[in-house]
Design a protein around this ligand. Structure first.
Ligand code: NAD
Length: 486
């Protein structure tokens, strides 16, 4: 046994008495055994599962908004509807509509030497899918992967975040109502449960979370050769071209930044404005905030930072930036006093930044936006390309040749041109990262395919020329190969 495998056994033995981990392992074993012994669900059965998910989601809309609010201390009900419930429902409906087409065997072309045989790509369920979700959109990021898993005919276990315990408990209750526990279950718990979860020999793990933990999940999955899809984070830039109206760019960048108080994987992390335009951008942002959120502290549509720890982290990063010479501009239209205990942070712009500030090295994940200047598109591209590949990139410009140049010369998980966030809402676009922002993708058919085994099948025809390739080899085969390779 390898050292790592031995460590895994010891670790599981260590948790033998933890009832959550014991239940998790029992559920997994039962699902695994059934996925190998029962016929895969038909398209109609998969649709029925999606219908059950839709019913339970509809019935629990209010409960979900309340649970998220309790978990964040203050989570805008409208943002929960917009960014947790709507995307899940949209993916559910889109998937149900296209399921029959996606699940059908797909005809594949055949080289003339093997005709008239035919070939098909046959999608098959993988078996049991592990879904690990973060706290920032606890419903969407647990249930959208589940939609793909169920559509592809799999069983699934969800491990939601321990940092949103009310929502995690609600998800567990909803899944118990909607599904037989041999089809979907929820494993609640902290890091120990998460670690044991990622060591189970799932047929695929879809992890959404930080780059640091993503690497740990991949390491654990490697012991079982479990494939992983890693939906991670990073620093996503927004770039404004000189020709683009500043007020419009500011409006759209602030919309993307302040949604969920910046706790969005694809939130613009920093902005590159044209040289000399920092003051104009700051003024435009102030106007946007005054218009969209004239008050912040008690405004139910301005979400809090999720907990004290995250709030403290953001404050420390601001202190670090200040101590290294940054200017910090709080946007606080009603001049309200913010209490640390409520962990709400006003939108905060940071200028005069430098690479040695933590803010400029780590994903911010809060309502803080560093503002940098560029001297032109080439300069912006060079700045972005000198750093790890981002999860998202936003470019504001109406000139298509410059837009194309930015598209060709930068590599990011996804892109929205002339706005922010919206590429994630397009069901037919694959959603995923590249480099440290993740690997693999889902959404729409890409999600179905990711959680399916796409089996290649060749159907030999009654009459065929395959015998020409059989021994005894001699001049006939040599002639054939010379024709085939001509
Ligand atoms: P996190 O990595 O701390 O936690 C994510 C999940 O991993 C949680 O369920 C947690 O319990 C679990 N976990 C913790 N330790 C583990 C371990 N050792 N082994 C296995 N699982 C473990 O992330 P977070 O703080 O919940 O979320 C914020 C991060 O997620 C940000 O970096 C953000 O960019 C990223 N994110 C990415 C996307 C995306 O779609 N790409 C979406 C949302 C959030």
């Amino acid at each position: 046994m390898s050292t790592q495998a031995a460590a895994a056994v010891v670790d599981l033995a260590h948790h033998r008495d933890d009832p959550v981990i014991t239940t998790l392992r029992t559920s997994f074993q039962r699902m695994h055994q059934l996925s190998r012994s029962e016929a895969p669900p038909t398209v109609a059965e998969r649709r029925a599962r999606l219908d059950a998910l839709e019913r339970v989601l509809r019935a629990n809309q209010t409960a979900i908004t309340e649970a998220c609010n309790a978990d964040f201390g203050a989570r805008s009900r409208h943002e929960t509807l917009l960014a947790d419930i709507f995307p899940t429902m949209a993916t559910l409906k889109h998937t149900r509509k296209h399921l029959a087409g996606w699940a059908k065997p797909r005809r594949a072309p055949v080289h003339w030497a093997f005709q008239p045989g035919s070939a098909r790509v046959v999608p098959q369920p993988l078996g049991v899918i592990g879904i690990i979700a973060p706290w920032n959109y606890p419903v969407q990021l647990s249930l959208s992967p589940l939609v793909a898993a169920l559509a592809a005919g799999n069983r699934a276990i969800i491990k939601p975040s321990e940092l949103t315990p009310n929502t995690s408990a609600l998800l567990a209750k909803m899944m118990t109502e909607a599904f037989d526990p041999s089809v979907v279950t929820v494993a609640q718990g902290g890091v120990e449960v998460a670690e044991a979860f990622s060591r189970l020999p799932f047929d695929h793990i879809l992890f959404t979370g930080s780059t640091r933990v993503g690497a740990m999940v991949m390491r654990a999955a490697a012991d079982n050769l479990t494939p992983v899809t890693l939906e991670l984070g990073g620093k996503s830039p927004a770039v404004i071209h000189d020709s683009f109206p500043m007020d419009l760019a500011a409006e759209r960048i602030m919309a993307g930044k302040l949604l969920n108080a910046g706790q969005t994987c694809i939130a613009p992390d920093y902005v590159l404005v044209p040289h000399g335009k920092t003051a104009e951008f700051i003024e435009a942002c102030k106007q946007v905030v005054a218009k969209t959120r004239p008050t912040l502290r008690d405004n139910p549509d301005y979400t809090a930072v999720v907990n004290d720890r995250q709030y403290l982290r953001l404050c420390q990063w601001l202190d670090d930036a200040k101590s290294k010479g940054a200017q910090v501009i709080e946007i606080n239209p009603a001049n309200e006093e913010f209490l640390a205990a409520a962990h709400k942070m006003p939108p905060t712009l940071v200028t005069a930044t430098s690479d040695d500030m933590i803010l400029m090295q780590e994903e911010i994940f809060g309502p803080i936006l560093p503002v940098l200047e560029h001297t032109g598109t080439d300069d912006a591209i060079a700045y972005i390309n000198a750093r790890p590949r981002p999860l998202a990139l936003y470019y504001f410009d109406r000139d298509s040749s410059r837009v194309n140049a930015v598209m060709q010369r930068t590599t990011s998980g996804g892109v929205t041109i002339n706005d922010t966030i919206l590429h994630i809402a397009q069901e037919d676009l694959p959603f995923g990262g590249v480099g440290p922002a993740g690997m693999g993708a889902y959404h729409g058919q890409r999600g179905f395919d990711t959680l399916s085994h796409l089996k290649g099948v060749f159907y030999q025809s009654r009459i065929n020329g395959a015998f020409l390739m059989n021994p005894p080899y001699g001049p006939r085969l040599e002639r054939l190969v010379s024709i085939l390779t001509a």
